[in-house]
Design a protein around this ligand. Sequence first.
Ligand code: HEM
Length: 148
Amino acid sequence: MDQSEPSKLLNGKESNFVDANTTNDILSIALRALRLDKIPVKSTPGEKYNGLAEISLEEVAEHDNIEDCWVVIYDRVYDVTKFLDSHPGGWDVMIDYAGMDCTIAFRGTGHSKEAIDMLDKYLIGKLPQHQQIFRLEIGGFHLADMPE
Ligand code: HEM
């Protein structure tokens, strides 16, 4: 028997031995075929928001007009002053919530995934822990479709 080619008995018949390297090659071909090799590894939810500045509700309340408009959505603070004019729902509906929490209004008006993704552009901080109602580690309102 040729010593350079390892072989072993399988079901009583001699067969080519499939070594570890070959197995890895087959696996990687299969994963590529199934397109499972490009699945992005998701970071811990909320990780990128860890370093956010804390801004209290009292401070948010001072930014309550068309020239300086902050709002709170899901415990995070957004400066939407520059967005007012381009908001598809109109500046007037947003200004009603200037300096306030507008989570329920934002949610209630059925914003799309695109709208939720836009929020990050205006993000400036988060409420201090004692004023948060959604993102508490224990308790809080854990809404199924709340953004990360
Ligand atoms: C920073 C906060 C907000 C962002 C980034 C935002 C973004 C958007 C976007 C992108 C749309 C287009 C439709 C969609 O993609 O869902 C939209 C529509 C709308 N928004 Fe907002 N929005 C914000 C806050 C609010 C608030 C506080 C209200 C509440 C009263 C509101 C009321 C509406 C309404 C009524 C529409 C529908 C307009 C229509 O279809 O005619 N939005 N918003």
